[in-house]
Design a protein around this ligand. Sequence first.
Ligand code: NAP
Ligand code: MG
Length: 404
Amino acid sequence: MEKIQMTTPLVEMDGDEMTRILWGMIKEKLILPFVDLKTEYYDLGLLHRNETKDQVTVDAANATKRLGVAVKCATITPNRQRMEEYPELTEMWKSPNGTIRAILDGTAFRAPIVLPCIRPVVKNWEKPITIARHAYGDMYKAVDLETGEAGTAELIFRSESGAEQTLEVQTVSGPAVWQAQHNTEKSIRAFARSCFQYALAQKQDLWFSTKDTIAKVYDGAFKRIFEEEYEAGYKAQFEKLGITYFYTLIDDAVARVVRSKGGMIWALKNYDGDVMSDMIAAAFGSLAMMTSVLVAPDGTMEFEASHGTVTRHYYKHLKGEKTSTNPMATIFAWSGALKRRGELDGLPELSAFGGALEAASLETLEAGIMTRDLLNLAEPGFEATGVDSEEFLDAIASRLRLRG
Ligand code: NAP
Ligand code: MG
């Protein structure tokens, strides 16, 4: 069989532990036999990040900006326990995802992989719901203050030119707690652009919700900036694709989402996204079935699984045991990146291969062949066999070969 040719490479970011093992198996069994793969390879494994003083992460992010598409394996974010586990670490390196997100100025979109044999808790959800969480500011960059006496708090802004704006926050008669938060126009605009870009790429409706009836100025700015961006840059393309941009209040959105069939991208402010993404993930079933895409305002995309490096399974693997680690989210990161590369380079065969890889993976699950984490999520009466990761990947590969 002739391999599918690529023209532009994509950025490949290797990672750690069990997901690094799966990474190699996915490439060997599901990609390399079918695609003449071109990648720029960056080893984001913890020890290589340490050797390069984390420069490799910065290089990988810059390469992503240049090439437009990346696929990333899960990586360890070191904490104190990891510093003991890896004594050679010279620093507690920052989260690679945080570094890459900052360089790309991107928004992460989290979407579940759905299939008929694993029904979401909300029975009317037929299609995946993708959450886009704004990743800057609000409560996460707030300052807090606790006071013990009666008194008055003021909020003062001093501009560089020397002008001042002062606002009385509240006069209290006893002990109180205070918080001041902010966001920037630039960050909100980048968030809006990433959301519109991703909706166009996915050909899905975009919903956005805030509480602008209460936070008239703060949330009002989010609403206004989204509207401005939509009108100025995306409306015509949305109409051409027959997709809609829909703004509503957060409480109304929650009620509507629960009663919907799913299938939309739901953009949320930082805190709302934090809460809702965990609710959606739990309702759809499993972290092992959640994919994640980081989208920059210019449409640059980095694809990955939402889960981590699955440490417990890795230590079993090191003891020579076979593990039943679920590779679905990592496979979908690869298929997503190949589809995007195909779209950008005008290579329909490459995009079609990404689609075929997803279809073969879903068919394998529907045939009742699954990793063991999914066994008790399957619908009652659905007959399934638990297999190890390698057997699961082999089963997908043989279906992929049959598809030609
Ligand atoms: P995790 O790796 O997601 O694993 C937590 C548990 O969830 C696993 O022990 C396993 O449960 C289950 N699980 C997750 N993915 C699975 C899969 N594909 N197949 C089967 N079971 C799966 O989270 P963690 O243990 O909190 O973090 C481990 C490391 O990953 C940390 O060093 C963290 O820094 C890193 N991390 C990286 C990213 C990223 O790169 N995007 C994200 C999160 C965490 P059982 O043990 O019960 O089987
Ligand atoms: Mg959360």
